[in-house]
Design a protein around this ligand. Structure first.
Ligand SMILES: Cc1ncc(COP(=O)(O)O)c(C=O)c1O
Length: 395
């Protein structure tokens, strides 16, 4: 049967994620090393898992409040105030969601009317543009480039704004480039927001993963920006909790209340044990000075430096990422497209990376490699990539 007439053509036309495609290919090759998926290789710390086990044993199997456990929202509020100097009322200004993913979806559905434009920096996380389309809006790409550290400039944003522009997605630290925005960069964007009144959806899921002595600056902490910002964060990356599916959005009560309505009807609540685990992550994190997060960050940092040095030693131009856990080297000099490079690398050397084009057309000429992978595997992957490159050069 042909189901075309039933499907919404705009939604059916959205391609599946380019990340998953290479991940699935690699998963079918038993000997492949995958640098494909953006997921911590750490298991969630034991005390966090144990809190969830105890909650199950104690029979806590019910729904939570739609907005999430109040105790968790209070901890989130404390955490954001002390880590990033932003202040949110746990009762009205915080919504706990099913990962940051649901936050992105619900934030867009709460604000986008049919035909509204949302600015989406490129390269960036694969779900933004599809989520804008699913919300009935039109994603408008704003290109960033390696020459200025993949930062978003005020000029580029200004040039993309039209009377239909509703919001800007601000994705830093960035997946896939590892680019970060420092306070001075953000202040220039804040000026554009003051002039135009557009909303900012700031996806800060990698806020704990910055390197080289940099501390993450939350956009909402800038003077006057709190009223214009929905801040999205979560537990997947910083606390190695991808499978627990807990994230959150903070912002003005009027926006959070409409987001809560969508979440209430569509989802009810984030999984209870995930919320209990997230509460433990923050509470014990506060008491122990975030030692789990620091330990994981230091480990990523060692691997980050190994990868950058490895790619540069192969003669590839490799931007030094200062956030998240990805490197985004340029493979342009090989003459292959990103897609061809990744396909051949997987077939010939059994190493899976993601073509830069999965993150927008301007990712052409780059590949994304996640270094959230065991050190011995990273070393082997680098050796195999060096062999692949020498063969390309020789042939
Ligand atoms: C930039 C960015 N935002 C959001 C997400 C989704 O996070 P979550 O697991 O909390 O849904 C990811 C996952 O890769 C990401 O890279």
């Amino acid at each position: 049967m042909n189901y075309d007439r039933y499907l919404n053509p705009d939604i059916a036309a959205v391609p599946p994620s380019g990340i998953r495609r290479f991940f699935d290919l690699a998963a079918n090759m038993r000997d492949a090393i995958s640098l494909g998926v953006g997921e911590p290789d750490f298991i969630t710390p034991y005390h966090i898992r144990n809190a969830a086990i105890n909650s199950i044993v104690d029979g806590e199997t019910q729904y939570t409040p739609n907005r999430g456990l109040l105790s968790l929202r209070k901890e989130i509020s404390w955490y954001l105030e002390h880590r990033y100097q932003t202040s949110y009322d746990p009762e009205k200004e915080i919504l706990v969601t099913v990962g940051a993913s649901e936050s992105i979806d619900v934030a867009l559905r709460a604000i986008v009317s049919p035909g509204d434009e949302v600015l989406v920096p490129e390269p960036s996380y694969v779900s933004y543009s599809p989520s804008v389309i699913f919300a009935g809006g039109r994603p408008v790409g704003v290109v960033t480039g390696q020459d200025n550290g993949f930062r978003l400039t005020a000029e580029a944003v200004r040039a993309a704004i039209t009377p239909r522009t509703k919001a800007l997605i601000l994705p830093y630290p960035n997946n896939p480039t590892g680019g970060v925005m420092e306070r001075a960069d953000l202040e220039q964007l804040a000026q554009v927001v003051r002039e135009t009144g557009i909303l900012v959806i700031s996806d800060e899921i990698y806020s704990e993963l910055t390197y080289g002595g940099l501390t993450h600056v939350s956009f909402a902490a800038l003077p006057g920006m709190r009223d214009y910002t929905l801040t999205i964060n979560g537990f997947s990356k910083s606390f190695a909790m991808t499978g627990w599916r807990v994230g959150y959005t903070c912002g003005p009560a009027e926006l959070i209340s409409v987001m809560t309505k969508i979440h209430q009807y569509g989802i009810l609540c984030a999984p209870r044990q995930g919320q209990v685990a997230a509460l433990e992550a923050l509470k014990t994190g506060r008491e122990r000075n975030y030692e789990d997060v620091i330990r994981m960050r230091e480990s990523y940092d060692r691997r980050r430096r190994l990868m950058v040095e490895g790619f540069r030693a192969m003669g590839l131009d490799c931007f030094e990422p200062l956030g998240a856990f990805y490197v985004f080297p340029s493979i342009a000099k090989t003459g292959l497209t990103s897609e061809e490079f990744c396909k051949r690398l997987l077939e010939e050397e059994r190493v899976a990376c993601v073509p830069g084009t999965a993150f927008g057309p301007c990712g052409e000429g780059h590949i994304r490699c996640s270094y959230a992978t065991a050190l011995d595997k990273l070393n082997t992957a680098l050796e195999k990539m060096a062999q692949f490159l020498s063969r390309l050069q020789a042939g």
